[in-house]
Design a protein around this ligand. Sequence first.
Ligand SMILES: Cc1cc2nc3c(=O)[nH]c(=O)nc-3n(C[C@H](O)[C@H](O)[C@H](O)COP(=O)(O)OP(=O)(O)OC[C@H]3O[C@@H](n4cnc5c(N)ncnc54)[C@H](O)[C@@H]3O)c2cc1C
Ligand SMILES: NC(=O)c1ccc[n+]([C@@H]2O[C@H](COP(=O)([O-])OP(=O)(O)OC[C@H]3O[C@@H](n4cnc5c(N)ncnc54)[C@H](O)[C@@H]3O)[C@@H](O)[C@H]2O)c1
Length: 448
Amino acid sequence: MAQNIIVVGANHAGTAALNTILDSGKDINVTAFDANSNISFLGCGMALWIGGQISGPEGLFYSSRQALEAKGAHVHMNTKVSSIDFERKTIRAKCTTGDYYEQAFDKLILATGSMPVSLPIEGIDLHNVQFVKLYQNAEDVIHKLKNKNLKKITIIGAGYIGVELAEAFCRCGREVTLIDSASACLSSYYDEPFSRKMEENLERHGIRLAFRETVQRLEGHETIQKVITEKASYDTDMAVFCAGFRPSTKLGDGVLEKFDNGAYLVSRRQETSIPDVYAAGDCATVYNNASQRTDYIALASNAVRSGIIAAQNALGVPVDSPGVQGSNGISIWNLKMVSTGLSLKKAIRLGYDAAYVDYEDYQKAGFLETDNQKVMIHIIYDKSSRRILGAQLCSEYDISMAIHMFSLAVQEQVSIDTLKLFDMFFLPHFNQPYNYITMAALQAETRP
Ligand SMILES: Cc1cc2nc3c(=O)[nH]c(=O)nc-3n(C[C@H](O)[C@H](O)[C@H](O)COP(=O)(O)OP(=O)(O)OC[C@H]3O[C@@H](n4cnc5c(N)ncnc54)[C@H](O)[C@@H]3O)c2cc1C
Ligand SMILES: NC(=O)c1ccc[n+]([C@@H]2O[C@H](COP(=O)([O-])OP(=O)(O)OC[C@H]3O[C@@H](n4cnc5c(N)ncnc54)[C@H](O)[C@@H]3O)[C@@H](O)[C@H]2O)c1
């Protein structure tokens, strides 16, 4: 008899799992449940849509209920799974009619993702206090921006979403204030010189930065009027919270083992603590090759890969995750920054004997007079083991391919010394004979 596989959550991790099962050619009954009305929304396009850099949201979806059903899945949209009986192997869901029904599974894949962190502060329920994750959140913001009296926007959290939205709101002609309790923007991804570079970029475009400040309360009469921190009060027509994600893992309460932030603890095969139950994407942990420990890193890239791995293992094909480096990138008014692995400050915090090398030079040969930009590189390594722990690059040039190489270097535990003289081609249209990667690596002190 055909196996029953249920996938709970059909966004990036869920869609990857569903497609892997449906494309496997195996005789499987696969059923998906999603509490939302859409599938595969690329949140990464939200800032581009809000800022008017793309004409509409149509391209921000790469799958649909129809596409999955055409391949043979049973897809229940607007249907929230309310509980799971892990012993009886059944899920209970609330259908669109309001009725509940049960369905049995042989294998279960949890892909319930995450929700934005909300702060337990006064005024959080005022009108025009926004959280940004879902397609509907973006629609809401765009609708509100039609009101030209909505002039001042305060963003809480200067991480990836906060910085991307700061650019978007500025492009819409709004006055933007960006608050973070940390001392710099993008501080969990980059070391100080890189954060400063982005801050100069933001300030040059008129964005007010308010770091080392924590929001105490929000004030207003029905609609928000002020964001109050311990240092200042900011007049505000809309406050947008971008203070990170929290995994959605209520369904496993009291049964499935969890990480310290509440994510499902999973093995390299995406197995939870209960047999036949897998978890993938933002609701699950990852293995971080840079820190060599279990971690939580909410990224669509991790969601897709872990969704594929969960599905393969649920199908009985053993596949281990190679782990992740948390590789990421951002492009704000053409300033591109990419990073992978550990920053220097994080490496030191984790107890590594960490050191770094820096270099800055033009991407291409100096005699190329046009289309030649400077690149900053920063490589972090462990002095004792020589292992590369992380890297960061910044330029107006597209340096994204270089960070993929560093991502692999961290994954494969390559030493900083290996990087010094490895074969890198030279062609003036692309790079320099003394290229910045070699030049940076050569600065690493030799082993004592
Ligand atoms: C503005 C923005 C920009 C981003 N940019 C990037 C980027 O550039 N690069 C990048 O890698 N990542 C980016 N991310 C992060 C990325 O979107 C997430 O890491 C990704 O969405 C995780 O996918 P997921 O499928 O694991 O979870 P989610 O996207 O959170 O999806 C979980 C799904 O589960 C459903 N669900 C939850 N509980 C239940 C239940 N009980 N019953 C039924 N259904 C349920 C939800 O409705 C949802 O559809 C961005 C996020 C945002 C918000
Ligand atoms: N380009 C990309 O790859 C991209 C883009 C957007 C989102 N994402 C991912 O989506 C997830 C969520 O993004 P995000 O921007 O919400 O999280 P984030 O972790 O990037 O940034 C959160 C920021 O909020 C700050 N913060 C936390 N609590 C605060 C408080 N009480 N007051 C003030 N500041 C506070 C933190 O210091 C941090 O700078 C992340 O995992 C991120 O990597 C990735």
